[in-house]
Design a binder for this molecule. Structure first.
Ligand code: ADP
Ligand code: MG
Length: 706
């Protein structure tokens, strides 16, 4: 019997080289391979014989090879493989380009299955570069017949290989554990996971794909909500520190701000203050589109906590963002005598003196002494105990996985030596329709900031091909000479150890040498040292640096209101949510801002003129960005694009971490909720469903460690 956690190395035809390639797309074990799903399918209409062929549509034919040979085309410098194939009704020409090995694989007399399009060229009918497969007596054809799965690949790996490997292990589908209870499958009219796997990899008809997707969508939404169910349940019995609303002080603080809070910001702040004014722990999500002004709302909550002489922590997904937030609070709270600190894996800093003999103790002392600690994952991953921690704030929650609070719970001891639970506030820009969030998160409370501050202008967004690049650079130069600043995002390149740094450095060379030799340009990427990052960010904030060339590390959170230009190189390679976040780095002040979506140079023509679905989708994505400013509109478009042929985006959409489901799957979300209600009746701990319970608990543990 095969162990599903066995590495793929144990399979035939997988050597070191292929193993590495597979690892690159996340496949290490047989189990990974089983759950590596196709992202779309190609359908070939089967033509029974050569009398019935159609031109210019994807078809499949079964024929015999009469003749096959290679030819060098000197003019075009390529190898052309020509073949004549036939059946009892007629014959047909076939050509392939630059695949000389074909004539070794295929021999005269072979029976083959060909899939592709037939074109008419100078009065001849030719099948152009079809996918081929030899027909063996006992084996099914998997590459050319009917509905053929298409997987995401990496360089050096082919569809045929991947299909072959999955076919080889498909007997294991039956060993995959079904977590959903039998009664649930029945009530919800779902197939079993083993069938769903078979149907998603090797569908026989369209309906197979539908029923498989129905299963996986339900599974995702069900597990998501069940996790939420357990977390909320656990919370309801936890005691928290009641935080009195220091209304006068808070008013004074709000009055001292350089801007007036919007109505939504006021409402959200009030909701949070009221809910933390209770000894039952709050769990609330603050949602607002990029640039809507979430930070200040969270800081009002933090201020109130500190005014109660209790501790608060603020966690950000990147070091750069943590550093920025730290500087923000130093400035905003400078009139109070709060002890504030920054804690990331590389950088530990505070506005009060810390006396330690051993450097290792710094983190520990910070978390015992500071009133407010701002940091990254390090806040929970290092072995730290907090003191009087009463409010935990997590920025850009969707970046962290699910729920970090449990981790912190066990690390908090208050003055009376009681273990208390901090109130919990998370923030996200993920658009979630309100009616859904209540169901989806099983009672998690939501505050929304729906309108942006009044002074904001729409960000003018444009798609730029190579022919317009010089004009764009001229424009950027002009903006900078008017005092503004710019971000340039480097294109994604195939991942390798230092690719991030490499891509940034190359772009820097180009910009500094050929485009803006007179302008202060700096680079910023994740692998830099914390002090360097901090210096660059500060210089940019103080307008000493005019252009930052960066990678996706600045995708979330970064706030520099004077920056008005966002130039994204290779924009077609990024997902919509990501592009929306990048664009959200500008348009944060009173000036008109611009976002340029620059297409990869060599791909440009292909992108616009090739009717290939994937490329079309990337163009649609960019056009949506041009048209819409708002995250919810974009999430809808993203889903619609996904719907047209793709199972899920080739580029993970990022609007929610589901693969099949989406936040708009209203019916399924409701059904999953009903199912949880049903199963929990008289069995609130899910004791009757040990398998499911095991899966959820394991999952909860995992998300805590992420
Ligand atoms: P996000 O919701 O994306 O986290 P931020 O909290 O970073 O947004 O706020 C974006 C920018 O808007 C910041 O520079 C912030 O100071 C500013 N801002 C916040 N609230 C207001 C307001 N009511 N009026 C004007 N500017 C505001
Ligand atoms: Mg933010």
């Amino acid at each position: 019997m095969t162990d599903l956690n066995q590495t793929i190395k144990s399979l035939p035809k997988i050597g070191d080289k292929i193993e590495k390639k597979l690892e690159k797309i996340g496949i290490k074990t047989i189990n990974d391979l089983i759950f590596y799903f196709p992202h779309r399918y190609e359908k070939y209409e089967i033509c029974e014989n050569l009398n019935k062929i159609k031109i210019n549509t994807p078809i499949n034919i079964k024929v015999k090879i009469d003749l096959i040979r290679n030819k060098r085309s000197l003019r075009k410098r390529m190898t052309i493989t020509e073949a004549i194939v036939s059946d009892e009704h007629g014959s047909l020409e076939v050509i392939w380009f630059n695949q000389p090995f074909l004539s070794k694989n295929l021999k005269n007399g072979d029976q083959i299955s060909l899939s592709g399009k037939i074109i008419a060229s100078n009065g001849r009918l030719i099948m152009n570069s079809p996918v081929y497969e030899k027909i063996n007596q006992n084996e099914e054809t998997i590459h050319t017949q009917g509905i053929v799965p298409i997987y995401n690949l990496t360089y050096g790996l082919t569809q045929k290989q991947l299909r072959f490997f999955i076919k080889k292990i498909s007997h294991n589908f039956s060993k995959i554990t079904e977590y959903l209870p039998k009664e649930t499958l029945k009530r919800q009219n779902l197939i079993k996971i083993n069938e769903a796997l078979q149907k998603i990899h090797f569908p026989q008809k369209d309906q197979d794909i539908e029923t498989a997707i129905k299963y996986f969508k339900f599974l995702e939404l069900f597990l998501f909500q069940l996790k939420s169910y357990f977390l909320q349940k656990e919370l309801r019995i936890k005691k928290a520190n009641k935080l009195e609303i220091k209304i006068e002080e808070i008013k004074k603080f709000i009055f001292s701000l350089p801007f007036k809070l919007t109505d939504d910001q006021k409402k959200a702040s009030w909701e949070i203050l009221q809910e933390t004014n209770s000894d039952q722990a709050m769990s609330r999500l603050l949602q607002g589109d990029v640039g809507s002004g979430k930070t200040i709302v969270a800081l009002i909550a933090a201020l109130n906590c500190l005014l109660n002489n209790k501790q608060a922590i603020f966690m950000a997904p990147t070091e750069i963002l943590a550093i920025q937030h730290y500087h923000t609070v130093l400035k905003l709270f400078k009139n109070y005598n709060f002890k504030m600190a920054l804690l990331t894996s590389q950088k530990k800093e505070s506005n009060f003196e810390i006396n330690v003999k051993n450097k290792k103790e710094i983190s520990q002392v910070i978390c015992q002494e500071a009133d407010l600690v701002i940091g990254t994952h390090s806040l929970i991953s290092e072995n730290i105990k907090f003191k009087n921690l009463s409010l935990t704030i997590v920025d850009e929650q969707h970046r962290f996985g699910v729920n970090q609070r449990q981790e912190i719970l066990n690390k908090n001891i208050d003055d009376q030596q009681n273990i208390t639970t901090p109130h919990f506030l998370s923030m996200t820009a993920t658009p979630i329709p309100r009616s859904l969030s209540l169901v989806l998160f099983n009672g998690l409370k939501l505050s929304s900031i729906k309108t942006k501050p009044k002074n904001r202008l729409d960000i003018k967004t444009d798609i730029v091909g190579p022919e317009r690049k010089m004009a764009m650079y001229k424009f950027i130069e002009k903006e900078i000479s008017n005092g503004r600043q710019a971000f340039i995002i480097c294109p994604l390149i195939e991942e390798s150890e230092n690719s991030e740094a490499k891509s940034v450095k190359e772009e820097y060379q180009k910009i500094k040498k050929n485009i803006f030799p007179e302008i202060e340009v700096a680079i910023l990427h994740g692998k830099m040292k914390a002090v360097e990052k901090e210096k660059i960010m500060n210089d940019f904030l103080n307008n000493k640096i005019k252009i930052i060339i960066s990678t996706s590390v600045i995708e979330v959170g970064i706030d520099v209101p004077n920056a008005t230009i966002m130039l994204i190189e290779g924009a077609e390679r990024f997902g919509l949510a990501q592009l929306h976040q990048f664009r959200g780095r500008v348009g944060r002040g009173k000036h008109q801002s611009y976002c340029f979506l620059s297409l990869s140079e060599n791909k440009n023509n292909e992108l616009f003129f090739n009717k290939n679905t994937n490329n079309n989708i990337s163009i649609k994505r960019l056009e949506a960005l041009k048209k819409y400013q708002n995250g919810l509109d974009l999430a809808k478009i993203d889903l619609k694009n996904r719907g047209s042929g793709d199972l899920y985006g080739k580029i993970q959409s990022g609007f929610m971490n589901f693969k099949f489901a989406s936040i708009f799957d209203y019916e399924t979300i409701k059904k999953a909720r009903e199912e949880i209600n049903f199963l929990s009746q008289g069995d609130s701990e899910f004791k009757n469903h040990p398998l499911l319970l095991h899966k959820i608990k394991k999952n909860l543990e995992k998300t805590h460690l992420e």
